[in-house]
Write a protein that binds this ligand. Structure first.
Ligand code: SF4
Length: 381
């Protein structure tokens, strides 16, 4: 029996302990200027249902073998550290380690890769979801990335059928609610389609995560980006708003615009002001505002709307009221991965390390610091 199964390159941070099943390969769009994913792999492909079922059956065989090993090791049906260690130590294929890791973390969540599983025909996706749930009855959550364009084109009944078959959550890259920014970034979708798609997902009872990118409007459109994104989110009311911060890598098409001066990146402080404007404009929704990426400067700006709105704005205001040098210290400390919260500025050891690094950058600050921070940001994607 073939014990290998395919896995794609990325998944949301919240799916770190999920089983990754690759239903499709790459992205059907692949033109967003800020995107670096799937560039190597190229063409979008939808995998055959039979092939996927074979893989899922293979994973079940692996899972049963791991549980048998667990019993043999006197651990009953618990896949604990002892069992995982035995698999990592002995000569098991990589796929066994992957499944053991999944079972160790409960074996109850699955993430469907790559960028847009709903691009599969609905009956095919329903068949695969049903097969996953039948093969692993313990599964409680199945999630996937999706494009708004695809969801806007699906019927509500399709989404309801997917939910009934086991699809629990969709992660959608909203990125911006400004048509100007969406067009400039080649997102291939308009704000109205984002709204239509988001509302449809909500109506189908599938849980919805919308990803937004702070800084995507650059210096030119930061206000329009913040206010437009808030407006779209207000009309969708997603379960989760997940924040990312723009970082530009040379491999991204956007790097050419930055180089030519056509797109001017916002500063760290500029992006904090942008996030403030965005949160200020979020109204009438009860989403969780989540900062689950190391790229975000103020990780503690996180909470449930509307009750945590003021607390989140207060964190931002606390940062904005810092003297310039303290702000620069925090920006650098965060990008050096030494600071997570504003209180970390008072941590003597970490502050000392950042202070030393700051001394090396002067006297040309803050331009030089901004450049260095941009480079450090690029290390986190
Ligand atoms: S739709 Fe998503 S995966 Fe595809 S190119 Fe755009 S950002 Fe990248």
């Amino acid at each position: 029996m073939d014990f290998t199964f395919e896995q794609g390159p990325i998944r949301p941070p919240s799916e770190a302990n999920s089983l990754l099943l690759r239903l499709t390969r790459n992205c059907p769009w692949g033109r967003c200027k800020f995107c670096y994913n799937y560039r190597e792999g190229g063409k979008f492909e939808i995998r055959k249902v039979e092939e996927l079922k074979r893989e899922i059956t293979g994973i079940k065989v692996i899972s049963d073998s791991i549980l048998a090993l667990s019993t043999k090791l006197g651990q009953g049906d618990e896949v604990n550290k002892k069992v995982v260690d035995a698999i990592c130590r002995d000569d098991y294929p990589e796929s066994f380690r992957t499944v053991a890791h999944w079972l160790y973390h409960g074996g109850k969540t699955v993430f469907l890769q790559d960028a847009n599983s709903p691009a599969m025909k609905t009956p095919d996706l329903v068949e695969v979801l049903t097969f996953i749930k039948t093969t692993f009855p313990q599964i409680e959550r199945i999630t996937s990335y999706a494009r708004s364009k695809t969801i806007a084109q699906k019927r509500l009944e399709d989404l309801k059928a997917l939910h009934q078959a086991g699809l629990s959550r969709l992660h959608i890259g909203l990125e911006s609610g400004s048509d100007t920014v969406l067009a400039y970034m080649n997102k291939g979708v308009k704000a109205q389609e984002h709204i239509e798609a988001g509302r449809k997902v909500k109506e189908s009872a599938i849980s919805l995560s919308e990803y937004i990118i702070i800084g995507l409007g650059g210096k030119k459109w930061w206000k329009e980006h913040a206010v437009g994104t808030a407006k779209v989110l207000n009309q969708i009311n997603p379960d989760f708003i997940r924040v990312r911060t723009l970082a530009v890598l040379p491999v991204m098409p956007l790097a050419l615009d930055v180089e030519s001066g056509d797109f001017i990146l916002s500063t760290e402080e500029g992006m904090v002001r942008e996030e403030r404007l965005l949160i200020e404009n979020l109204d009438g929704i009860d989403s969780y505002f989540i900062s689950d990426h190391i790229l975000n400067l103020l990780e503690e700006v996180e909470g449930k709307l509307p009750e945590d709105k003021n607390r989140m704005l207060n964190v931002i205001d606390r940062y904005l009221s810092l003297p310039l040098e303290e702000k620069m210290m925090f920006n650098l400390g965060r990008r050096m991965n030494l600071f997570r919260r504003l209180d970390d500025l008072n941590h003597p050891l970490r502050r000392g390390t950042v202070s030393e690094a700051m001394k090396k950058i002067s006297p040309d600050m803050p331009e030089r610091l901004d450049k260095m921070i941009r480079e450090l940001r690029g290390n986190y994607i």
